[in-house]
Design a protein around this ligand. Structure first.
Ligand SMILES: [Ca+2]
Length: 153
């Protein structure tokens, strides 16, 4: 019994190692760079820097009527608050998401479509500067649950 368990564990470890090697071969040369494929399904991925680089925050809480009221309570993987820090993002959730420059879904707003979503707009935003949202986002909410005038630029 113990031997079987150990053998299984060894198999799992070697599979993980093989996967890691394969992942390393397919990754872009820059270790900090990412692409849309690196954001998990059903997640909104928020990046500290442009072009999906720097620190990442993977948010999976989105549902009907559930978003992020206050970015000050969410963090990148290094523990730093995401508030007024996000510079690029990927929306792999099943919701169009409205992004706001103030907490509690207020202030200037814009939205990013869900994956494979509306009007052919991409579900990725590689830099928020050109749309005036760089280092400024403070809340996010599924767009179809609010009456805000959240319009695509
Ligand atoms: Ca930033």
């Amino acid at each position: 019994m113990l031997k079987i368990t150990r053998k299984r564990r060894a198999t799992v470890v070697s599979l993980l190692a093989a996967t890691a090697v394969m992942g390393g071969l397919t990754l872009a040369p820059s270790a900090s760079a990412a692409n849309a494929g690196d954001c998990p399904n059903n997640a909104l991925c928020l990046y500290q820097d442009t072009h999906f680089s720097g620190q990442i925050s993977i948010q999976t809480r989105f549902a009907q009527g559930i978003g992020i009221n206050d970015f000050r309570n969410s963090h990148f993987t290094n523990g730093q608050s995401i508030n007024d820090q996000v510079s690029s993002l990927i929306n792999n959730t099943n919701y169009d998401i409205c992004l706001f420059v103030d907490i509690n879904e207020s202030g200037k707003a814009n939205w990013i479509p869900k994956k494979g979503g509306d009007l052919g707009f991409p579900n990725t935003w590689d830099e928020l500067g050109p749309v005036g949202f760089n280092d400024d986002l403070s809340s996010a909410w599924p767009v179809n649950t609010l009456g805000h005038g959240c319009q695509h630029s």
